[in-house]
Design a protein around this ligand. Structure first.
Ligand SMILES: Cc1cc2nc3c(=O)[nH]c(=O)nc-3n(C[C@H](O)[C@H](O)[C@H](O)COP(=O)(O)OP(=O)(O)OC[C@H]3O[C@@H](n4cnc5c(N)ncnc54)[C@H](O)[C@@H]3O)c2cc1C
Length: 196
C-alpha cells in the first residue's frame, strides 16, 4: 500500500455482523429473510441494479491523519459525522506538516517549500509570544499542517467516497486515503465492496 504522503487511516469501529444485517434488511423487501447467507453475491446483485439503501444500515468509524488541505476536501462529504483536532484550542507546538512528494523532483522547489514552512511557524510562535490566542495565530499556518480527524460514514457513503476519490482526478493525498479506505473495507465487508 503506497503511503507517499504519510497519511494514516485506522479503522476504529464497524457495525458488527454488518453484511448479515444488510442482507436481512434487503431480503425483508422480498420476504425471503430465511435465505440470508445462502447466495454469496446477493448484496452485489442488488447494488448492480441501484438497490442500495440497505447498505446504509452499517457504518464504520476511522481515525485519519493527514494535511488540512486533504481533510478540507474530506469533510465536503456531508452524510457523515466528524470530530477534528482544533487549532483554536490546541497549540500547534510541533512543526508538523505534509511535504508533497511531487516536490522531490526539484531541489529548488523543495527548498522554497521548506523555507515557507519555517517562516509560517516562526510567525505563529511569535504571535503566541506576543499574547495572541492559538485561534488568532493559526491564521498564518499553512494548509499542509498535519491534523487528526475521526470520521463516521455509512457503507453507502463510503462506497461513494471511494468511487469519487480513487480516480486520477482526485487530489493525490486524498486518493491515498481513499485507497486505504477501500482496502480496509474490502477486507471487512467483501460482499459490499467486492466491485472496487
Ligand atoms: C475531482 C474533484 C474535484 C472537485 N473540485 C471542486 C471544486 O473545484 N470546488 C468545490 O467547491 N468542490 C469541488 N469538489 C467537491 C465536490 O463538488 C463535492 O462537494 C464533494 O465531492 C462531495 O461529494 P458529493 O456532493 O457527491 O457527496 P456527499 O456530500 O458525499 O453526498 C453523497 C450524495 O448524497 C446526495 N446529496 C448529498 N447532499 C445533497 C443535497 N443537498 N442535495 C441533493 N443531493 C445530495 C448526492 O447524491 C451526493 O452525491 C471536487 C470533487 C472532486 C472529486
Amino acid at each position: 500500500m503506497s503511503d507517499r504522503y504519510g497519511v494514516e487511516v485506522k479503522l476504529l469501529a464497524i457495525t458488527p455482523d454488518a453484511e448479515r444485517l444488510i442482507e436481512s434488511a434487503g431480503r425483508l423487501c422480498w420476504n425471503t429473510q430465511e435465505k440470508t447467507g445462502t447466495v454469496p453475491d446477493r448484496i452485489q446483485s442488488w447494488l448492480a441494479i441501484g438497490h442500495e439503501s440497505m447498505i446504509e444500515h452499517a457504518c464504520a468509524s476511522f481515525s485519519i491523519r493527514g494535511s488540512r488541505a486533504m481533510t478540507h476536501e474530506l469533510v465536503r462529504h456531508r452524510l457523515a459525522s466528524y470530530s477534528q483536532r482544533s487549532q483554536r484550542y490546541v497549540r500547534e507546538s510541533e512543526q508538523s506538516y505534509v511535504s508533497p512528494p511531487e516536490l522531490e523532483v526539484s531541489h529548488v522547489a523543495s527548498q522554497v517549500y521548506r523555507r515557507a514552512m519555517e517562516s509560517a511557524w516562526q510567525a505563529y510562535r511569535e504571535l503566541l509570544k506576543h499574547g495572541m490566542k492559538p485561534e488568532v495565530a493559526r491564521y498564518v499556518l499553512p494548509n499542509s499542517c498535519y491534523t487528526d480527524i475521526i470520521c463516521t460514514w455509512n457503507f453507502r457513503e463510503l462506497r461513494h467516497i471511494i468511487a469519487l476519490r480513487t480516480t486520477p482526478r482526485a487530489l493525490p493525498e486524498i486518493r491515498e486515503v481513499a485507497l486505504q479506505l477501500r482496502d480496509i473495507m474490502k477486507e471487512k465487508a467483501p460482499q459490499v465492496f467486492a466491485d472496487f
